[in-house]
Design a protein. Structure first.
Length: 169
C-alpha cells in the first residue's frame, strides 16, 4: 500500500492545481464574464434620454427673472448670483453637504416666454475630469452658464434652473 500513497498524492496535487482552470477564449471571442450584467426590477422603467426635472413645468417666472425649480438634491447645495440676461442663465452652485470635489454636476435650465410658459430646456454639465487639479481643500463651488438655445433666442424672457445630477466624493 505504501507505493500507492505517492501516486495518489501526485494525482491529488494535479487535480487541485488544475481545478477552476478553463481554456482562454480565442482572440476576438468575448468571454462569458465580459458581458454586462443586466438587472430588471418589476415596475421600474429603464431611463431614456437625459435627466429632466418635472418641476420646470410648474414654475412660471416673470420676464427677466431667474428662479430655481425643485430637484432631488436641493438639500445638498445653494445657488448664488442666479441671473438671466436674455441670452443665458448664470450662477454658482455651492455644495453644502460635505467638503469634497464635485465629480458630476448637471444643471438643467428651462426657458420661458413672457407669459411664463416653458419653451424649452438646455443643460450645463461638469464632469470630474473637466476641472484642474488643485492643492488645498476641495472646491465646493461651480460656476455655470446655460445659453438660450438658438431656436429660443428673442423669445425666451425668463429662466429657471434645477439640478437633476450631483455626485461628489
Amino acid at each position: 500500500m505504501r507505493p500507492l500513497l505517492p501516486a495518489l498524492l501526485a494525482v491529488a496535487v494535479a487535480v487541485l492545481a488544475l481545478a477552476g482552470c478553463t481554456p482562454a477564449p480565442a482572440p476576438g471571442t468575448p468571454s462569458a464574464q465580459s458581458g454586462v450584467a443586466a438587472t430588471t426590477l418589476p415596475g421600474l422603467a429603464t431611463p431614456t434620454g437625459e435627466p429632466d426635472l418635472a418641476s420646470l413645468h410648474g414654475v412660471h417666472p416673470e420676464p427677466g427673472q431667474a428662479v430655481t425649480a425643485a430637484g432631488p438634491f436641493d438639500d445638498r447645495f445653494v445657488v448664488h448670483d442666479l441671473a438671466f440676461d436674455g441670452s443665458a442663465v448664470t450662477g454658482t452652485i455651492e455644495i453644502t453637504s460635505d467638503v469634497s470635489d464635485v465629480l458630476e454636476l448637471m444643471v438643467v435650465a428651462g426657458f420661458y416666454d413672457a407669459q411664463g410658459a416653458l419653451l424649452g430646456t438646455a443643460r450645463f454639465e461638469r464632469h470630474g475630469e473637466d476641472h484642474e487639479v488643485h492643492a488645498g481643500p476641495p472646491s465646493e463651488a461651480t460656476a455655470f452658464r446655460v445659453d438660450v438655445p438658438d431656436a429660443l433666442r428673442g423669445t425666451a424672457a425668463s429662466a429657471a434652473i434645477g439640478v437633476p445630477v450631483l455626485v461628489n466624493e
